[in-house]
Design a protein around this ligand. Structure first.
Ligand code: C2E
Ligand code: CA
Ligand code: CA
Length: 577
């Protein structure tokens, strides 16, 4: 049978010197104090204590160990220790302690009382663990969390929620201040052309420059992406001063940025609102500055733009209109008008008609297209509306042909959003098939500004053209890189914008320009049409300059269906009804 182990065997007995040696070698600090002597002095420290604190035994023996404490050792934790000592029980605290050389460390200290055989308190034993690394890691991560909670990680500026808190604080002081919102124009293109990294470094530089420009009077925030907000609280807070400061911000931003020796210049839209003129609450000032910013961007104002209360009326009107547009389509309030085009000779034979949309709003009467089409373009309703215009135009054109009227092409204006829509070609196809109109009688008018994505555009235009549909460039001369488009894109007709016709033939300069545009179009083999022809002298000048087609009030204003049919009959030599 196996001999059972007994604890009184010599192998199990540790002698006092061995025990002391074991205590000495413990990997942690050990300290023993005697609470029965005045001021509870240290009577033993082990090697671990010496390594942890840098103190030798003779530095601390017979002294209270408060030499480890410093100015920011937590008083509350010291109190806990004191209380445990008085109540003769164990306690654990984490203290900020100081080594002999003055450097701090974090000490997780557990004290325990040691009692004699008759229950009398003999000592306190303190076990010390150096947990400096753990505490610092925790502090770092909570600092990082705080940083994320309050600051933008890219620029280090305040984030939106923290900025709002700062703004509220400022408003409580009831002193005039201003909220400036800045947005970089077309920043998406920077990211797309140069990559996100370059985009980020530009944003960082922009933030730095704004900080410099705003100085001590500004609190800056990056609210999202390329959108910044500045709370300005200069001593002199007049509109003039704020405007000047906003300009300084804009100038700082507009200075060129450099990327691989390439100069990149950013432009900005800026909206301003002011406390208390434009609102008492933070959210109002932010919204109002945002409205001003949007207006600035939309209208390319190029100057810091101030909020004014009539902007709210415009917004309300716009919201009303947005709601009304789909109903107007359902209630058949839209109507197609037609502006005839004629050959550019003095006989002016009818050569086509441009479809122009009208809205018969029961409340406002006839609403011009420029008042609602841009809204429909922005909110996407143009897709449904444009589909209706296309199919209605084809349907009417076919109906006229079946009624025996002259076969002329109808041209339909196409918005950028509509053209970019992935199903645009299908919509056109559907309009043609369901009406039965031959594609050669349909023209689509696109504008130069829509042509800034030549690769996608070219493919779509070619598909339309291969069906026999004709393509016109509308408002020619008002966009940019015109010649480039003429060279690379499949186009049939060039419609010269009315601004070039307006002052001809009186203005020599405009007349010369007009002639050269006509020649340019012809040199590319295009049919050239002049818009906005209002007088006989304009017509004669254009005819003499070789312009193929004419459109304008001189020949006819836009006509409703009935009036257009009358014109058809007139052109066919029939009596007017
Ligand atoms: P646009 O395509 O340049 O259309 C020509 C505009 O010039 C029309 O204005 C027309 O009435 C006007 N106009 C015609 N002849 C003369 C003239 O001799 N003198 C002057 N001063 N103006 C003349 P409207 O009908 O108010 O249309 C304005 C714009 O609205 C159009 O410009 C076009 O961009 C847009 N639009 C009109 N209908 C539609 C449509 O069905 N779809 C789309 N997407 N846009 C449309
Ligand atoms: Ca047009
Ligand atoms: Ca036009």
């Amino acid at each position: 049978m196996e001999e059972s182990l007994r604890f009184d065997q010599p192998e199990f007995i540790i002698t006092a010197p061995e025990l002391i040696r074991a205590m000495e070698r413990m990997g942690v600090g050990l300290i023993i104090t005697n609470p029965n002597l005045p001021d509870n002095p240290v009577i033993y420290v082990n090697q671990g204590f010496k390594e942890m604190t840098g103190y030798e035994a003779e530095d601390v023996l017979m002294r209270n160990c408060r030499c480890l404490q410093g100015p920011d050792t937590s008083a509350e934790d010291l109190k806990k220790i004191k209380l445990a000592q008085t109540e003769r029980r164990a306690e654990t605290v984490t203290l900020k302690n100081y080594r002999k050389d003055g450097t701090p460390f974090w000490n997780q200290l557990t004290i325990s009382p040691v009692f004699g055989e008759s229950g009398e308190l003999l000592y306190f034993i303190g076990l010390q663990f150096d947990i400096t690394k753990e505490v610092e890691e925790k502090e770092n991560s909570s600092r990082r969390i705080r940083q994320l909670a309050f600051f933008d990680s890219l620029t280090g500026l305040l984030n939106m929620s923290h900025f709002k808190t700062e703004l509220e604080k400022q408003l409580q002081e009831d002193i005039p201040c201003a909220v400036i919102r800045l947005n970089i124009d077309r920043f998406r293109y920077i990211n797309e052309s140069y990559g996100d990294k370059v985009g980020d470094s530009l944003l960082l530089e922009a933030a730095e420059r704004m900080k410099q420009a705003a100085g001590k009077d500004g609190i800056l925030c990056r609210s999202f992406a390329d959108d910044f907000i500045v709370l300005l609280k200069p001593e002199k807070c007049s509109r003039y001063h704020i405007h000047m400061l906003a300009r300084m911000l804009a100038d700082a931003l507009h200075k060129p940025h450099y990327y691989k020796n390439e100069e990149i210049r950013l432009s900005y839209s800026i909206g301003i609102s002011m406390y208390p003129d434009h609102g008492n609450e933070g959210f109002q000032l932010l919204n109002h500055a945002d409205l001003a910013l949007k207006k600035c961007k939309q209208e390319n104002i190029g100057e810091p733009y101030w909020f004014h209360f009539s902007l709210l009326d415009q917004i309300n009107k716009r919201i009303e209109m947005e709601k009304k547009l789909p109903k107007a389509l359902e209630n058949e309030e839209f109507e197609l008008y037609f502006q005839p085009k004629c050959g550019g000779s003095p006989e002016m034979p009818l050569a086509g008609a441009e479809v122009l949309l009208r809205w018969n709003d029961p409340e406002q009467g006839l609403v011009p297209p420029m008042d609602f089409i841009p809204i429909a373009e922005e909110n996407g309703f143009i897709i449904r509306l444009g589909e209706w215009i296309l199919s209605e135009s084809c349907r009417l054109a076919k109906a006229w042909q079946e009624e025996g009227y002259p076969k002329i092409p109808v041209s339909v204006n196409v918005s950028a959003a509509q053209f970019k829509h992935p199903h645009f070609i299908d919509m056109v196809e559907h309009a043609l098939v369901s009406s039965g109109l031959e594609p050669k009688y349909l023209e689509l008018e696109v504008t130069e500004t829509m042509l800034n994505d030549p690769v996608v555009i070219k493919e779509k235009l070619e598909r339309l053209r291969s069906r026999g549909i004709k393509i016109s460039i509308d408002d020619f001369g008002t966009g940019y890189s015109s010649i480039h488009y003429l060279k690379t894109l499949p186009i049939d007709i060039l419609k010269i914008d009315k601004s070039f016709v307006q002052d001809t033939p009186m203005s020599k300069q405009d007349s010369a320009l007009l002639v050269s545009i006509i020649q340019l179009g012809k040199s590319f083999g295009l049919t050239v049409l002049a818009e906005g022809v209002e007088s006989k002298s304009q017509l004669e000048f254009l005819a003499a300059s070789g312009c193929d087609l004419i459109q304008g009030y001189y020949y006819s204003r836009p006509l409703n269906r009935e009036a257009m049919e009358q014109l058809f009959r007139k052109s066919m030599g029939q009596a007017l009804i």
